[in-house]
Design a protein around this ligand. Sequence first.
Ligand SMILES: [Zn+2]
Length: 121
Amino acid sequence: MAAKAYVVKGDTVMIRRGKERGKRGTVKAVQIEAGTATVEGANVVKRHTKQQASRSSNMGGASQTGGIIEKEAPLPLSVLQYVCEKCKAPSRLRRGRSTDGAVHRICARCGEPARESAKGA
Ligand SMILES: [Zn+2]
């Protein structure tokens, strides 16, 4: 059973299992190959880092000169539940085809099409 990645970057999801069950957050990234996704503010792990020659920061100025950094660890997609932006409720997504033949993700609860993954955003 190939797990289809219904969740895309930018979606709001709720965590269904684990210590942070019920928590909601925004998907920061999806690792399709690994079947995981990182969610803003969820499953944060603290990493102790050694002070080392600072690489050019790509994190926009967060001070990371050794010490502890907090980072969201990937969560399995199976524990993430899509939360519809319109009905604000955890809901299932189904796939629907619009008149132009494109496949869209549709909220099974209210029928609202989910926003598509913003490519290159
Ligand atoms: Zn909905």
